[in-house]
Write a protein that binds this ligand. Structure first.
Ligand SMILES: [Fe+2]
Length: 182
């Protein structure tokens, strides 16, 4: 592997900076302040056939970096983050993040904060701040960079209508630039 070449890439430099972070605030700042462009991330840019694309860029016991590619009207379910810190930054297009508070089942989730993330804007969430959906409500494609501290192997997904919970295992559209789902 051409280590020297990788070290000089913008993605590798970002990963090095993430490893140097000492606490959650530094991690949030690091993701928010990164200047990775769609061009820098082009090799990880895959859309899913039935859902939004989840493209693994980097995995380490401390954190994982994922590029999500959202077609028009594609949206996640309402989910938690399995005790991890999630920091996400919109890289292109526009995304909507709706936060929810869970209620005793069978009651609907309660909407809390709604944010529109335009390219360059970011947000961070932990389970203490509730659940959220992320989606592309526009007619254009959108992309977002997500970093999870530590990596998430499964999340709980919740029905917005009655709060019913089910486990979702993380699946990827591509790993390290290679499509694994047709
Ligand atoms: Fe999330």
């Amino acid at each position: 592997m051409a280590t020297a070449e990788l070290k000089s890439s913008p993605v590798e430099a970002f990963i090095d900076r993430l490893h140097a972070c000492k606490n959650d605030q530094q991690r949030i700042d690091c993701v928010q302040q990164n200047a990775l462009s769609l061009d820098d991330l082009a090799q990880y840019h895959f859309f899913g056939s039935n859902s939004y694309g989840r493209n693994l860029i980097y995995h380490h016991p401390e954190f994982e970096v994922i590029l999500m590619c959202w077609g028009p009207d594609q949206q996640s379910s309402a989910h938690d983050h399995n005790k991890s810190l999630c920091v996400m930054k919109c890289i292109g297009g526009e995304l909507e993040e709706q936060r929810y508070k869970a209620n005793p089942t069978p009651q609907p989730l309660s909407k809390t904060q709604l944010s529109i993330l335009k390219a360059g804007q970011s947000c961070a969430i932990t389970d203490d701040e509730g659940l959220h959906t992320v989606g592309n409500k526009t007619a254009e494609n959108a992309c977002s960079l997500h970093v999870y501290f530590p990596p998430i192997s499964s999340v709980s997904s919740f029905s917005i209508e009655d709060g019913k919970e089910k486990k979702l295992t993380s699946a990827f559209t591509s790993e390290y630039g290679v499509r694994i789902v047709s």
